[in-house]
Each structure stands twice: as C-alpha cells, then as structure tokens.
Design a protein around this ligand. Structure first.
Ligand code: 0X9
Ligand code: ZN
Length: 305
C-alpha cells in the first residue's frame, strides 16, 4: 500500500496516478489537460461514482506553489479517501453519487521538482523569458482576474511576478481552458495551499464583497468550526482580501468570475512553526482536518445546487 507519512517526489506521484487508475478502472479516468513550461504532463484524475453519468462536478487543484508540499500530499490523501471509502461512508458516497470530482495533484510540476533538487523554498513555476535574468511566474497571480494590479508584481524577479500577460504560463492556460470547457458542470472550485490555516473565498483582488458573500462565509465558518470541534485546531476564514491580503490574478477569483459560485482557497497547516517545512509526521493530521472541511463544504454545496 501507500505510505502517507512521507512526501512523494513527482515521479512517485506520477506512478501513483498510473497505479490508481489501473486499480480503480471503473471510477478513475486520467485526463491530460496540458503540459508545464518544461513539458511535464499535467494529469487530472476524474473520479466518478458507480452510477449513471451526472452533470455536476467539483474541481480541486494542489501544488500551484512549489514549496507547499502538504498541498499535493492532500490531493493524494483525498483521492485515496474517496476511492477507499466510496460505498462505505455515507459522506463521500453521497458526494460521489451526485457529482464527479476532478483532481489535479500537481499544477506546478516543474517548480515541485525544483524544490526537491535545488531550492526547497521555490514558489513559482520555471518559465524563462528572453531578456530576463529571472525564472518563473507566480501561477496564482497569472489568472485573468484584475491581473497584475496591487498585490502582484510586473518585475520578473519578484516572488509574486504576474507573468507577461494573463494565462501566459502554460500551467495556468491548461487549467483555465479545462475549467472554461467544463464550466457548466463544475459547481465547486477548491485550491489547496499552505501554510497559515485559513479558509478563503473571493474576492482577493478587491475589497468588495462577492455577491454571495454571506453564503460563502457561512460555509467556511461551519467548516472551521468542525475542524475546531474534532481536531482542536484553529482556522481563520473570510474573503481573501480582508483575511490575508490583496492579491489579484488568483485562480479562486478567476473561477468565481467564470461562474463557479462556490470557490475557495485553503491554506493548510501549519501556522508558522514549521511553515513550508512541515514534518511528514504531521501529514495525516493536516490532511484529515482539511478533508473534513472539504466534505462539509461539498455536502452543503450539493444541498444548494
Ligand atoms: O498568495 C497566494 O497566492 C495564496 N497564499 S500563499 O501563501 N499559499 O501563496 C493565497 C491566495 C488567495 N487567493 C487569491 N489571492 N486569489
Ligand atoms: Zn500557495
């Protein structure tokens, strides 16, 4: 079986994707949605329950930022949970009986590899441009949502470099194209990051409130309360701009404006003790509490749509 008390290299993750689709051929399809700047494949797992086709889905991406290793670990944890406990636990069964789940385990594979080989604290992707000494754009500043305004940088050497234009980065273009072509079915968008323990929703590019702000707030409030109740751990929650900082060009705001009215960014463990260098022994706890939040939000969204 799979050892979840360690972080997986990109090769191990790709092997796991393969093995998982072979082990569960009736529930898992692997979709190649594009490739990274350095031409690594971007694989999405499509998880479907054993029932007639449905017209609803949720999306989850992990690993937008290279150094946030708990994020891809969560995507793997989540997929494994879905596949192991479908038809066993009512929560995941009722989710999977009503919607498909798309999971992109590593949106920034080039950056992820770079954090394993060269610089553990790398954040951006690994794109290079002519006449620029600096490598990489921040994929979470490259979406077409008030692109490159306050909270992003047009300076290529910045950690929050927005890229040359919206969707200039192939990883962002691939995700945006996929979501555009599935926007009628995808009702819930989730993007997993770390660290700081927050449950965020639009907007991050403006201090204005989203149209269904109250509804989104109620969802993350309930999810945070559940985490506190069951894991004695504290998550802050709210609109991104007010809760963390103003940051344009993010995937959550873009997905929201595309029409996915339930759009969230999770910041997983911890709150700074280890930061990005979360010890592997904390993977199960970090993933279990996030899983609880994902399940409650998905179930509540299903009641609404
Ligand atoms: O700044 C970010 O991209 C995210 N925080 S992180 O420390 N993981 O880099 C927060 C993203 C919140 N959403 C948007 N800015 N749209
Ligand atoms: Zn991040």
């Amino acid at each position: 079986g799979m050892n979840h008390d360690k972080f997986y290299s990109l090769d191990e993750i790709y092997n796991w994707v393969n093995k998982t689709s072979e082990e569960y051929p009736d529930m898992v399809k692997v979709i190649l949605i594009g490739s990274s700047f350095e031409k690594r494949p971007l694989y999405v797992l499509k998880l479907s329950g054993k029932r007639p086709a449905v017209d609803k889905a949720m999306w989850m991406d992990c690993g937008i930022h290279a150094r946030e290793w708990i994020s891809p670990a969560f995507c793997l944890w989540f997929v494994r949970y879905v596949l192991m406990f479908y038809k066993q636990y009512v929560d995941i069964t009722s989710i999977m009986d009503k919607m498909d789940i798309y999971v992109l385990p590593v949106m920034n594979p080039d950056g992820y590899v770079y954090t394993w080989t060269t610089n553990r604290m790398w954040r951006k992707n690994r794109s290079v441009r002519e006449h620029s000494p600096c490598v990489g754009a921040d994929l979470n500043r490259n979406f077409d949502a008030n692109w490159c305004s306050e909270g992003a940088s047009s300076y290529a050497c910045s950690e929050i470099y927005c890229g040359q234009h919206p969707e200039s980065e192939p990883e962002v273009e691939a995700v945006a194209n996929f979501l555009r072509s599935h926007k009628d079915s995808v009702r819930l968008y989730l993007s997993m990051h770390s660290y700081s323990q927050m449950l965020l929703f639009p907007y991050s590019y403006t201090h204005e409130q989203a149209r269904n702000h109250a509804e989104l707030l109620a969802l993350v409030q309930e999810a945070a309360a559940k985490i506190r109740q069951f894991y004695r751990n504290q998550y802050r929650f709210g609109a991104g701009a007010k809760t963390i900082y103003l940051a344009p060009g993010g995937s959550d705001d873009w997905a929201y404006n595309l029409g996915i009215k339930y759009s969230f960014t999770f910041e997983l463990q911890d709150r700074g003790r280890y930061g990005f260098l979360l010890p592997p022994t904390l993977i199960p706890n970090a993933c279990n509490e996030a899983l609880l939040a994902v399940k409650i939000i998905a179930l509540r969204v299903l009641e609404k749509i």
